[in-house]
Design a protein around this ligand. Structure first.
Ligand SMILES: *[C@@H]1O[C@H](CO)[C@@H](O)[C@H](O)[C@H]1NC(C)=O
Ligand SMILES: *[C@@H]1O[C@H](CO)[C@@H](O)[C@H](O)[C@H]1NC(C)=O
Ligand SMILES: *[C@@H]1O[C@H](CO)[C@@H](O)[C@H](O)[C@H]1NC(C)=O
Ligand SMILES: *[C@@H]1O[C@H](CO)[C@@H](O)[C@H](O)[C@H]1NC(C)=O
Ligand SMILES: *[C@@H]1O[C@H](CO)[C@@H](O)[C@H](O)[C@H]1NC(C)=O
Ligand SMILES: *[C@@H]1O[C@H](CO)[C@@H](O)[C@H](O)[C@H]1NC(C)=O
Ligand SMILES: *[C@@H]1O[C@H](CO)[C@@H](O)[C@H](O)[C@H]1NC(C)=O
Ligand SMILES: *[C@@H]1O[C@H](CO)[C@@H](O)[C@H](O)[C@H]1NC(C)=O
Ligand SMILES: *[C@@H]1O[C@H](CO)[C@@H](O)[C@H](O)[C@H]1NC(C)=O
Ligand SMILES: *[C@@H]1O[C@H](CO)[C@@H](O)[C@H](O)[C@H]1NC(C)=O
Ligand SMILES: *[C@@H]1O[C@H](CO)[C@@H](O)[C@H](O)[C@H]1NC(C)=O
Ligand SMILES: *[C@@H]1O[C@H](CO)[C@@H](O)[C@H](O)[C@H]1NC(C)=O
Length: 438
């Protein structure tokens, strides 16, 4: 393959930053046209030559910015089929790259660093379609959802959509507190924005322009989206326990596209022994009424449109000055942390259990197939900005490092008046169904 020449490229002083600016212009100009991505426009080059030429420019610019760790990773995957596919995709259209510092790369364990499949997946989760600047990113607690280039395998979503990252900038703008770690770019490292994780945020500084890329430096290598079991321990251990008991974990983990409204521990504590009064079928049904099967609904979708649960019951969404609420039958809960990205979908943390024992298997099956069909024809997958949240914040903003967001429950008087619902509905349902509380 042509990539035997890569090591030569790496040693070459290459065209460096000066040239990357004109390369950027021509890459942008040609991006809307053909898919051959040859910033230096050498004519009818074979696709391999196009990518080689592109990489010459790109790696030169990255080397000039001292991002040698990233250069090493990019060149390390360039002779594999999947790596070449990723680098080819990288060359097409404007992209944003989160570049882990050299220190961050050096901390990557050897078994990961030597696994090009895994390394390619990890790198693809550091690359966003389109250019993102602080101006284009919402201010916390609002956030912007941006598609990465990670898709397939354990990260398969309906319609072959790619996994997103959640971005926000801090309200103070220039004086944000970074979430730990050392900045390698010792110069002037004000945070441009943050990448929000389930329990902590990573701050990104920059950008450095390199070819068609806006490169932001981060001080750690981003983790691939976790499985539902992996986030459960931190965010909703009680729910995880109940899911485990009912045997629902495997179907949820196996789903290719899922939305989970996950009651936090305080919500379960608020139930007392109520679940203990129900049989397993009823508990499974209640849990299935917290899940949308086959459709991934980020916070922007939690509006008036209707979705059907995995048990076949309708969800409704309400939004007012105190937040965004999800309702199933007579139960209502507030969304206290939205858009927690998992490998096969998204989790929204809620402050109450939706006690709906109703089910409609036909409606569930129909909602599943229409959801999958809708994703297959959607053009959203290629849209630059997938979603921008309006009202549902990420809890990690308020509580620095995730943990329990339980303290937010029932904080606003307006909320207690309007939606005391959760607990009352539980009592209603349970009594109505012939069960007694306590
Ligand atoms: C890439 O970015 C440049 C500069 O922001 C813009 O002019 C151009 O339209 C963008 N190209 C695409 C394909 O979005
Ligand atoms: C690049 O790294 C080297 C060695 O760590 C350092 O001496 C040099 O100042 C760095 N250059 C830039 C532009 O940061
Ligand atoms: C890629 O390059 C590395 C080292 O340069 C080599 O060990 C590996 O066999 C190559 N892989 C392929 C698929 O050519
Ligand atoms: C490399 O990573 C992939 C993806 O996680 C995994 O499936 C595979 O088993 C790993 N290969 C090795 C040799 O560890
Ligand atoms: C998918 O996930 C399973 C279980 O979490 C893991 O064993 C496997 O290596 C993963 N495969 C890939 C391709 O990541
Ligand atoms: C951050 O900004 C706030 C007001 O915007 C100011 O009061 C505070 O002193 C600043 N902190 C630092 C460390 O600059
Ligand atoms: C920053 O780096 C120094 C030296 O490399 C280290 O001693 C220190 O603990 C680091 N601080 C953080 C917050 O990682
Ligand atoms: C950041 O760097 C720019 C130019 O490099 C400078 O104008 C600005 O004052 C610096 N900001 C801080 C907070 O150091
Ligand atoms: C989703 O629907 C499919 C098809 O009806 C079914 O096989 C699967 O078990 C369902 N998953 C969940 C979590 O309900
Ligand atoms: C669970 O309780 C419901 C409501 O009383 C009842 O209809 C159903 O048959 C029970 N299921 C089992 C498996 O006991
Ligand atoms: C939601 O469902 C209700 C009743 O099922 C229906 O009247 C309403 O039009 C639906 N709204 C949307 C946006 O689909
Ligand atoms: C978050 O979005 C809402 C709705 O667009 C807006 O009213 C609010 O001011 C935003 N908050 C911040 C901090 O930007």
């Amino acid at each position: 393959m042509k990539f035997a020449t890569l090591s030569a490229l790496l040693l070459a002083p290459a065209l460096a930053l000066a040239q990357s600016e004109s390369a950027s212009a021509s890459a942008s100009a040609s991006a809307s046209g053909s898919s051959a991505a040859s910033p230096s426009a050498t004519g009818e080059a074979a696709p391999g030559d196009g990518v080689t030429s592109y990489l010459t420019t790109l790696l030169g610019a990255l080397n000039a910015a001292n991002l040698t760790g990233l250069v090493g990773v990019a060149s390390g995957i360039a002779n594999t089929t999947e790596g070449l596919a990723l680098l080819t995709e990288l060359s097409q259209g404007n992209k944003t790259v989160f570049a882990p510092s050299n220190e961050a790369f050096s901390a990557v364990p050897q078994e990961v660093a030597s696994n090009t499949t895994l390394l390619t997946q990890i790198l693809s989760y550091h690359i966003l379609n389109n250019s993102y600047t602080p101006d284009g990113v919402r201010t916390a607690p609002n956030h912007t959802i941006a598609r990465s280039l990670l898709r397939g395998g354990n990260y398969t979503l309906p319609g072959n959509f790619s996994a997103p990252l959640v971005l926000s900038k801090s309200s103070s703008g220039s004086n944000s507190t970074s979430s730990g770690g050392n900045s390698t770019e010792s110069s002037n490292s004000t945070s441009a924005f943050n990448i929000n994780g389930p329990t902590s945020n990573v701050s990104a500084t920059g950008p450095v322009a390199a070819a068609n890329l806006q490169v932001y430096i981060i001080n750690e290598v981003l983790s691939l989206p976790p499985s539902v079991s992996e986030v459960a321990g931190d965010l909703f251990p009680s729910l995880a326990g109940v899911i485990g008991q009912t045997g629902l974990l495997d179907p949820i983990a196996a789903a290719q596209g899922i939305t989970i409204f996950a009651p936090n521990d305080a919500a379960f504590a608020g139930l007392g022994d109520a679940l203990g009064q129900l049989n397993n079928t009823q508990i499974s049904t209640i849990l299935a009424n917290h899940v949308i099967n086959g459709t991934v609904v980020y916070s922007t979708g939690l509006t008036s449109s209707n979705y059907t649960s995995a048990a076949g019951e309708p969800f409704t969404f309400l939004s007012n000055g105190t937040g965004v609420f999800v309702q199933s039958a007579n139960s209502t809960a507030r969304i206290i942390q939205s858009d927690i990205i998992i490998n096969n979908g998204v989790v929204h943390l809620i402050d109450g259990v939706l006690v709906n024992t109703g089910s409609n298997p036909e409606a569930a099956a129909s909602a599943y197939s229409s959801g999958v069909a809708a994703a297959a024809t959607s053009t959203e997958a290629t849209a630059p900005v997938t979603a921008t949240s309006e009202a549902a914040p990420t809890g990690s903003q308020s509580g620095s490092s995730g943990g329990s967001s339980a303290g937010q429950k029932l904080e606003a008087p307006a909320f207690t008046n309007a939606f005391v619902g959760g607990a009352l509905a539980l009592i209603g349902v349970v009594i109505g169904g012939g069960f007694t509380l306590m």
